[in-house]
Design a protein around this ligand. Sequence first.
Ligand code: BDP
Length: 723
Amino acid sequence: MTTIKQLLLIYIFFFFPSSLASIISGEDGYRLWLKYDRLNQQSITFTNYVPFAQSWYVGGHSATSKAISDELEYAFNGLFGKSHRVVQQNAKLVIVYGADATTLYPQHARQLSRLNDEGYLIKIVGQGQKQKVLVLANTDIGALYGSYALLRKIQTGTNKAALNLESQPQTDIRVLNHWDNPNRHVERGYSGQSIWNWHKLPTYIDQRYIDYARANASIGINGTVLNNVNANAIMLRPDYLKKVKALADTFRPYGVKVYLSVKFSSPQLLGGLDTSDPVKTKVQQWWKDKVAEIYQEIPDFGGFLVKANSEGQPGPGDYGRTHAEGANMLADALKPYGGIVMWRAFVYANEKNEERSKQAYSEFKPLDGQFRDNVLVQVKNGPIDFQPREPYSPLFGATPNTPMMMEFQITMEYLGFSTHFVYLGPMYEEVLKTDTYAKGQGSTVGKVVSGGVFPYKYTGMAGVSNIGMDRNWTGHIILQSNWFVFGRMAWQPDVSAEEVAQDWVKMTLSNNQKVVDSVTKLMMSSHETTVNYMTPLGLHHIMGTGHHYGPAPWVDNLGRADWTPVYYHRATKDGIGFNRSPSGVNSVAQYLSPYRELLSNPDTTPEKFLLWFHHLPWDYKIKSSGRSLWDELAHRYYLGVEQVANIGEQWNALEGLIAESQFRQVQMSNLIHLQEAKWWRDACMLYFQSLSGKPIPDDLAKPQHDLKYYQSLTFPYAPGQGH
Ligand code: BDP
């Protein structure tokens, strides 16, 4: 006889989703790459490093030196199960900075003097029992970075002999841009609410703020713009400045400075003035007073980020003034305190009737040299808007006298929100390694940004944050790697995306060789995969309207032509692509020779940008494959989906080698990813087919639904929109 209990068990077994039937335990992603899980006592890494963990010393008495000690104690207890802080004379690991470093280790003083304030040296000296590890720096922040670098070396199982390191950041300003609103909604955020709890600040300091600062410091990020570029003026109100101060105080020991996005019309909105015209004395005075008030609260405040005269935001253009006049007014107010202005070049105006990809260059190139020396112009990596793939913005390399600061998007607005498995390292790398030829060959975008081509006074890189209140911070475990790689590339623009991916996998998932090899491989091809099923061959801006979720290449009726997908792909029965060559809108003229000439001709244009720069007939022959353009497009859309299916399979093969919660989170996202990749493929194929009239090659699966079905889908609650 079957008892009721047995029946219940049968019911639970068969009818309950498996994820509910068991409690998933273990690492859930909160600890990011700072896990410090116990090393195997038999491992070389353990025996190599355990003596240092047992006997370490941190010099100095600053809050930062305490942060270093706290981190080491926590990390060593985790990694080795033991940790002993000792007095300097006996220590086997010595971390000292400033005068201590040069007095105690004069033999390294010269090398130290060549490093900037944030740089560090790691040395392994002596033999046998006398062997020591030294972390030396000019400042406590340098020592902090050196300590995190040492911990990374241990976490990634680096041979002790490879510990002789010298490193310093190649850009000055390495900031996250949070598009977070005061109501905690994150514009283009897919990881939950904003981590800033403005309501409970300034008194309540969430542990997340400290862990956020630790994570940033560990990858060299030294600043954060707390609020959305579509700024709310309230951030400058005295009560909000108190809240900002509380965050600044929390982050300070970790070398993370606070910046604010400001609304250009704040003098009117907050100050009750009747204008915000930057040449008016009363407006200038309002900003001076406001800045003085900020520095009263936050003596090391970083400065302002400004989105002006763009997508409805107010700006100097409202008064017939230039971007330089607007930026300079703010720069003058900040200058006495060492603050800077990051003025965004993401502007495109309707009135000008110029092709959108050309507008930022047309607007800013003529202003080169007109900005104060504490202004950086912040440019998105490509000339349009964070598309899955764009050529670099021609502003990089075009302004010898105005620092161009890179703006990458870390959040995945156009790359699958937080369910697609996409590592952005290769995309950042592709941009940074492209040659601008600004001063002959080798003038890569990375070099321009880090001041190696023109001697910019300030250099910087900004990343639009993907962080939210989700337990795992970024909504998807793999997407933590994009925060990580952004920091690493801002520090060192020519670091290899692959090396960084390996470090991240080892620190976040596992040191198991199979996991490291397999996940790194998947990560390295994941961006190309996404481009394949979203926007192959240089297509761009064919996503859903407003929320930007999923494909909608058919949209042709928005407020502005240059918001519609049809403006960008220009597909007709004769062909597809945007003619930006000299016979078209000639945006290639904004690039320097020989890149310009290369892009002018479809035969020499890299295939990845083919339809970005050229309008071509459907039977145009693709060089690399010999296929017709139509067949190649189909091939790539289908390949992309196959590649996503492969990500799922490869990931599943790692079950048991990765903590269960991490494993399951990615596994579930992979299912959504595959569905959405098919959606992109089928919707785009059917739509383009409706124009080309060409068949989907016989060997490829037919789309699941008809075009009307895809066109009928609506997503009023897709995350990340507006306010
Ligand atoms: C677009 C986003 C929009 C941002 C804008 C910007 O859709 O939410 O405000 O960029 O960067 O890509 O200012």
